[in-house]
Ligand binder design. Structure first.
Ligand code: ZN
Length: 156
């Protein structure tokens, strides 16, 4: 799985922490008194908890909308119940969701820690690149699934 150079965190570890709402979002940091307030550094409109980063921050909303995924009422605790759009094959749909969460989280970190500008295009390009890498671990017969994902990621 892909790794972040900074923390060595893998997408699989992220998934566990996201679903258990344990990632180092500002709401969790506030509980540990590591920050003074929990507002989201991307939108400044809401407290930044796990659900906010992955689903309800306006940037995340834009990402999912672009992919045609309806996240209405979605929560990280029930990530696997997010309905699948017809453009995404059923097989490996959980990995598709994970990949999108992973890059939404990484993109948030690039903005918060490196001062990078938000960019839907950069996030989607990163998703496409990882889709091709992840699919290398699948049987040859399933690799066209990654091609379908890349079409979803690249439609602008
Ligand atoms: Zn936000």
């Amino acid at each position: 799985m892909a790794k972040t150079p900074a923390s060595g965190m893998t997408a699989g570890v992220l998934l566990q922490e996201v679903v258990q709402e344990r990632i180092q979002c500002r709401a969790n940091l506030l509980k540990k008194n590591a920050v003074d307030d929990a507002s989201c550094e991307l939108c400044r409109q809401s407290n930044e908890d796990c659900n906010h980063i992955i689903f309800t921050c306006p940037f995340a909303v834009q990402v999912w909308a672009h992919l045609g995924v309806d996240t209405t009422g979605g929560s990280v605790a029930s990530l696997w119940t997010v309905p699948r759009p017809a453009t995404v094959p059923p097989k490996h749909y959980d990995s598709f969701l994970l990949l999108t969460c992973w890059h939404t989280w990484k993109h948030r970190n690039e903005i918060v820690f490196n001062g990078a500008p938000p960019s839907l295009r950069r996030l989607l390009t990163a998703c496409s690149q990882d889709a091709m890498l992840w699919s290398c671990r699948w049987p040859q017969s399933e690799r066209m699934i990654a091609d379908a994902w890349c079409r979803v990621f690249s439609q602008m």
